[in-house]
Ligand binder design. Structure first.
Ligand code: FAD
Length: 427
């Protein structure tokens, strides 16, 4: 039995996954609950990948592995938490037992970890395998492997100046347990195509490889990135389509196949393209899909305190949680802070002065535009709110880069006000 440091008799909190959701959850649980709990964190790899900045490195012809992988061990050790580098294979929620296989060397034997509290932060499977032709003809920037593949293609003369298609495959959301104010979204995360289109347009111009006119943005629904709110999307399209000359194709339904010459959609539409940059469907992990705590698509059902109501010792944060829509690291970060408070509250450690947080999402992101500029979106319009802010300029680029540096320096424990500050100091 591998128990992390859950040997002291204190409640044992096990955090599964250590990227944006898991690292922040583990660190704030320690801050809020103090030494009233033992904490073990399990991930198959010993570093965090700062996914949102991969495109910037790729378009600057820099290997994203160099600057975007953050070793988190020292932060967890400093907190007195234990890290286990292992693949999570299964969770028995009745016996509160996790099955893992260490990943450092192949051939390791299966181990068991017992928990009192469990925080699922395992993200999703980005389902490129479900898109026929992706491996041969598709590109993307969602991890350093694919980022480098695109970088090598672009900067070794692979791109010949033809049409470029950028968009996402259809996302399938469950409905069980989802509040009515979180609408069904057809894309899991559609900020990246906006960012890719602007960043690439800038690169094409800089290298004399073409212009924004080479690019077509496509989307399944009426509006691309509708999670930012339709008024903001219209503003974006005015700039990208009317101003820069990009093309826009909507109502594509879903990607059927990527071919050498373009993209075929499931409703018969098609796009001619030499370069195809796509994001896939975000799909729940197979073992999680089988657990009795998930919705129809395998996302973990929680209340607004990120706690499963049938199993109050189970929490979920980040992309694997049903409430997380769209799938954004910023939303996962907020959920991680909520979970930390809830566990501290159970331990009788929540400061009575502290306001109890409840899930109230906002869509917040910085998007690279090339030429050292970025856009900044802060919106809750999709949830029926009234905030819809989009700004662009050099300062937001500095904020995007600065946020990553702060994140790495503080090991995922960024102050919440760090992002809101952008609205005060922007162009
Ligand atoms: C191109 C792109 C750009 C993006 N830009 C933004 C942005 O600007 N702003 C924003 O807020 N969000 C952005 N996102 C979304 C953001 O990256 C995700 O929402 C975020 O990474 C989710 O965090 P997570 O911790 O829930 O999951 P993940 O980041 O997917 O982390 C899951 C962790 O669990 C581990 N894991 C998974 N399965 C297992 C297993 N079985 N055993 C052991 N370990 C396992 C993984 O190794 C990983 O460390 C972007 C996404 C993409 C693809």
């Amino acid at each position: 039995m591998s128990k992390g440091n859950g040997m002291t008799g204190k409640p044992h909190v096990v955090v599964l996954g250590c990227n944006f959701g898991g690292l922040t959850a583990a660190r704030f649980i320690r801050e809020k609950a103090g030494d009233s709990v033992d904490i073990t964190v399990i991930d198959r790899k010993p570093y965090l990948v700062f996914v949102p900045n991969i495109q910037m490195e790729v378009f600057a012809n820099k290997d994203p592995e160099e600057k975007l992988q953050m070793q988190f061990y020292e932060f967890l050790k400093g907190d007195g938490s234990v890290f286990l580098q292992a693949e999570v294979k299964d969770v028995d929620i009745e016996s509160k037992c996790i099955t893992i296989v260490p990943t450092e060397r192949p051939g390791a034997a299966t181990e068991k970890v017992q928990y009192d509290y469990i925080v699922f932060a395992l993200g999703c499977k980005l389902d490129y395998a479900a898109i026929p032709g992706f491996a041969e003809y598709g590109h993307t920037v969602s991890d350093t492997f694919y980022g480098n593949k695109l970088r090598r293609h672009l900067f070794s003369g692979g791109y010949k100046g033809g049409p470029i298609a950028i968009g996402t495959a259809r996302f399938k959301m469950g409905t069980k347990g989802r509040p009515a104010w979180i609408p069904t979204m057809t894309s899991a995360c559609e900020g990246p195509p906006l960012e890719l289109s602007l960043g690439l347009a800038s690169l094409l111009k800089e290298k004399n490889w073409g212009s924004a006119k080479n690019i077509t943005l496509f989307t399944q629904g009426e509006w691309i990135a509708e999670d930012a709110g339709v008024p903001l999307v219209k503003e974006f399209l005015k700039i990208a389509v009317d101003g820069m000359g990009m093309s826009y194709m909507n109502q594509t339904e879903d990607i059927k196949e990527i071919t050498k010459d373009g993209i075929e959609f499931t409703n018969g539409k098609s796009l001619e393209a030499e370069l195809k940059i796509v994001l896939p469907n975000w799909v729940a992990h197979d073992f999680i899909k089988k657990l009795p705590i998930v919705d129809e698509e395998g996302f973990i059902i929680t209340d607004l305190y990120m706690r499963n109501q049938d199993h109050p010792e189970i929490f979920a944060v980040g992309d694997c949680a049903a409430l997380t829509a769209p799938k954004l690291g910023g939303i996962g970060d907020m959920e991680a802070r909520i979970v930390a408070q809830q566990i501290a509250k159970d331990m009788g450690k929540l400061n009575p002065e502290e306001k109890e947080m409840k899930f109230a999402p906002v869509v917040m992101c910085f998007g690279d535009m090339g030429d050292h500029k970025a856009f900044y979106i802060h919106s809750d319009l999709i949830y029926g709110g009234k905030t819809g802010i989009m700004k662009m300029g050099h300062k937001y680029f500095m904020m995007k880069v600065g946020f990553k540096e702060t994140y790495f320096m503080l090991g995922g424990k960024t102050p919440e006000w760090g992002i809101r500050l952008t609205e005060l100091v922007g162009d």
